[in-house]
Structures are given as C-alpha cells and as structure tokens.
Design a protein around this ligand. Structure first.
Ligand SMILES: C[S@@+](CC[C@H](N)C(=O)[O-])C[C@H]1O[C@@H](n2cnc3c(N)ncnc32)[C@H](O)[C@@H]1O
Length: 277
C-alpha cells in the first residue's frame, strides 16, 4: 500500500511515503536476533522507538515482554497493529508518537527502550536522548542501533550515493548518521545526565535477505523506501536517474553474498549503543 502524505511535518512525510514494510520484510531475521540479544524477561516493559511495523518489537513480545511500539508514521503503526493481531499478541501494541517529544509517556515507565535505526531519524537528537532517558526507569537500559557514517557496508553507502543526487538539506538539519559516531552519542546522553562509563559501544551486523537478484532489491528501495524515492525524484528532475540506478545496482551486486544466485543476502554494519540508566 502506498500512502499519500497528509502532513506538513517533513520527518513524518518522509516515512509515510512509500511503504517501509516492504523493506522491513527483508530484515526480519536480524530483528529476531536483536530481540534474543537484549535480555528480555517475561512481563518486562519495553518501548520500541521508531519501531516501524515491529521488526524488533514483535519478536520481543513473542519472548514475553509487554511491548509498546512508537513510530511517527501512521501507516507503519497501523501495519504493526495488524501484525500483532494476526499473531495473537495482546502484549504488543503500536501507537503514533515522535521520539523528540514522548509526551504522554510517564517518566520511568519502561525497563528497556530499544531503537534500531529508529530514533536516529528523529529531529533534535539532544531532545531524543533526554526523552529516552526520561522514560526509562533507574536501573533500566537503552539499546540503540545506529548506522555509521562513511562505513563501507550497505546502508551508509546507499545514503552516500543517494545524497549525491539529492538537493542539499535545509539549513540547520542534523544528519541522522551523526548518531553513528561515538563522541556524539556520549555528548547527547551526557546532556541527558548519563555518565560516559554507563555507555557501551559495539559493532554489530544486520542482514538484508531478499528473494531475488540485487537489481530487484534496488527496485524495492526505489519504489517503497522514502529516502531512496526522494533521491530518484531529484535525480529524474536532473536527468540523472539512470546514473543513480546504475550506482545502486553496482553497490548491491558487489555486496551480495549470494553472487550469481537468484537471491540476495547483504550484511550491514551498525553501531550498537547500550546505556545503563
Ligand atoms: C529505518 S526505519 C526502522 C524501523 C524499525 N525500527 C525496523 O528496524 O524495522 C526508521 C523508522 O523510524 C521512524 N521514525 C522516523 N522519525 C521518527 C520520529 N521522529 N519519531 C518516531 N519514529 C520515527 C520511521 O517512521 C521508521 O519507521
């Protein structure tokens, strides 16, 4: 389903554009692996922030947590609630909200706040860090996954290539990729009152698994992933869409671990941040 944006909030419009569930379908295995790795216990109160349609939220609920998914995109919230219902998970629900301002969520409400490539896309990163800390109970944890700027693997390279075809961002725009730099993470959580020795970093890997050739996977990004859709729209205006397509297809082809087969499996490195609140 392709949603027509009905909002003047560019952050929301970007993620309501297209249909991110088509991408999320290629990331389910790693979402389950992350859920298994964060120490879920039965009844644990979890906030999954920038949750999409629940790639990590749903398996956390399957493991017995009481999970609230919050996302700015109304179409993804609806998709998440449909998935929870289909799987018969009363302990999983999704609602609309902005990671920069979690009004309505009480302080200290969650044992664990998880955000895989979600909160990093919200504006005002200092506020995002403060809000994540505020809603986590003392003794609880925050686990973030953030793409890393300049990293040679898939996602950072898609964003690097796409930005060369897109108009410059508006004045004052803070790139989401700044969340992939440890010093920024320390500064932002430091501003929220967290001492640096309570913040740990690790490199981790997400796998993208697509049942077809890399060019077919690029086409999914082109048709359904807001940031790539925007890059193609800008490139088309400049008559450069074919160049963008060629660059992305070469990238996906070169990173595919199933080269020559009718399947695509591409790893992407991310910065895993664990904050003890
Ligand atoms: C790359 S997707 C990741 C989704 C999900 N965490 C996953 O792993 O599939 C980024 C998500 O962040 C959400 N998002 C972007 N800005 C947000 C904000 N300000 N507040 C809450 N969610 C936001 C988007 O709507 C989108 O679902």
């Amino acid at each position: 389903m392709s949603a027509t944006p009905t909002t003047s909030n560019p952050n929301k419009a970007l993620w309501e554009k297209g249909d991110f569930t088509r991408l999320a379908d290629t990331m389910r295995g790693s979402g389950e692996a992350v859920a298994r790795s964060v120490g879920i216990t039965k009844g644990m109160k979890v906030l999954d922030l920038g949750c999409g349609d629940g790639t990590t939220a749903l398996p956390q609920a399957v493991l017995g947590a009481d999970v609230l998914g919050v996302d700015i995109a109304s179409n993804l919230v609806a998709a998440g609630n449909r998935r929870a219902q289909e799987r018969g998970l009363p302990n999983l629900r999704f609602e609309e909200g902005d990671a920069s301002n979690l009004q309505g969520l009480a302080a200290g409400r969650f044992d664990l706040v998880v955000s895989l490539f979600g909160a990093m896309f919200a504006p005002r990163p200092a506020d995002v860090a403060k809000e994540m800390v505020r809603v986590t109970r003392r003794g609880g944890r925050i686990v973030m996954g953030n793409w890393i700027p300049g990293d040679p693997t898939l996602v950072a390279q898609i964003l690097r290539i796409s930005s060369a075809y897109s108009p410059p961002p508006p004045e004052g725009f803070v790139s989401p990729m700044t969340w992939g730099v440890e010093s920024n993470v320390l500064e932002r959580f430091g501003g929220a009152g967290v001492a640096r020795e309570r913040i740990a970093f690790a490199r981790d890997t997400y796998m993208f698994e697509f049942p077809g050739r890399p060019a077919g996977f690029v086409d999914v990004f082109r048709r359904y992933y807001g940031p790539t859709m925007n890059a193609f729209e800008a490139a088309e205006k400049n008559g450069r869409a074919a160049d963008l397509l060629r660059e992305l297809e070469a990238l996906f082809e070169s990173q595919n671990r199933h080269a020559g087969r009718d399947a695509t499996s591409i790893p992407a490195t991310f910065l895993r941040v664990t904050v003890s609140v």
